[in-house]
Write a protein that binds this ligand. Structure first.
Ligand SMILES: Nc1ncnc2c1ncn2[C@@H]1O[C@H](COP(=O)(O)OP(=O)(O)OP(=O)(O)O)[C@@H](O)[C@H]1O
Ligand SMILES: [Mg+2]
Length: 238
């Protein structure tokens, strides 16, 4: 569990100002939806939080520790990230679960691997199963299990349900809630599905053109009084 604080964050890449002076807080143990139009800078912001990108200026704090002074391996362990594409290496379910350990020169015991599968409702899938034979929903659940290997304090989710069928979407949402309850992690969840943001998260941060446009309670999202949020939800051009 960690409070994440962004303090005057700017990201400039190839002369393009991608994030403008972003200051906001993700309180410890909360689930926040990160929403906004395509190109607003959501993925860029998320990648700052596990060290995949560095800010051009400004500082990010996990609790009171500046990210710039943290060891990159430790940061990646503390902040687990799952992506829409749920990237996997060829091999077995175990090989993929074990990946975060291999990077540290360790290996996962079978017992812990089975516990992790159990946590994401994949207890019927053998560790020796070829990764290629998993369905999209199973693959995404395995990707989430993999983020749990290092017992992260923060979970970063980038459109993890956008290529799943409605039933798998609901399963993944339930799963994320269970993980949130059991481990009290701080979760930041990028989603294009505003209904999902409203039902599955507590608060939202809306980005637009690299700026924070609005921060509010997710329960107010579908009846927002804020004109730009309303236009975004109604699919108007912003
Ligand atoms: N590696 C990069 N180099 C240069 N520009 C980039 C890079 N990655 C992203 N951008 C630019 O930064 C801006 C924000 O992109 P980002 O991927 O963060 O948006 P997003 O809100 O996640 O969009 P989407 O909803 O489509 O995923 C875009 O204009 C994009 O073209
Ligand atoms: Mg993105």
């Amino acid at each position: 569990m960690s409070t994440i604080q962004l303090d005057h964050i700017n990201v400039i890449r190839n002369d393009q100002h991608i994030l403008h002076d972003i200051s906001c807080t993700f309180p410890s143990g909360t689930i926040t939806a990160l929403i906004g139009p395509s190109g607003a800078g959501k993925t860029t912001l998320l990648k700052l939080l596990n060290g995949l990108h560095s800010p051009t200026s400004g500082e990010i704090y996990f609790d009171d520790a500046p990210l710039s002074s943290m060891n990159l391996l430790q940061l990646r362990a503390d902040a687990g990230m799952a992506l829409q594409s749920a990237p996997m290496i060829s091999g077995t379910v175990y090989d993929n679960l074990n990946l975060p350990c291999v990077i540290k020169g360790e290996s996962l015991t079978e017992e812990v691997a089975l516990q992790l599968l159990d946590q994401v409702n994949l207890d019927n899938v053998p560790l020796s199963q070829d990764i290629k034979s998993l369905s999209g929903g199973q693959r995404q659940r395995l990707s989430i299990a993999r983020t749990l290997v290092n017992q992260p304090k923060v979970l970063l989710l980038d459109e993890i349900t956008s290529s799943l069928d409605p039933r798998s979407v609901k399963e993944v949402e339930k799963l994320i809630h269970r993980i949130h309850q059991d481990h009290q992690v701080t979760i930041i969840w990028i989603t294009h599905d505003v209904d999902q943001a409203a039902r599955a998260t507590e608060r939202y941060v809306m980005l637009r053109d690299g700026h924070v446009e609005h921060i509010g309670k997710s329960s107010t999202l579908l009846n927002s009084e804020h004109a730009t949020v309303r236009d975004f939800i109604e699919g108007e051009e912003l």
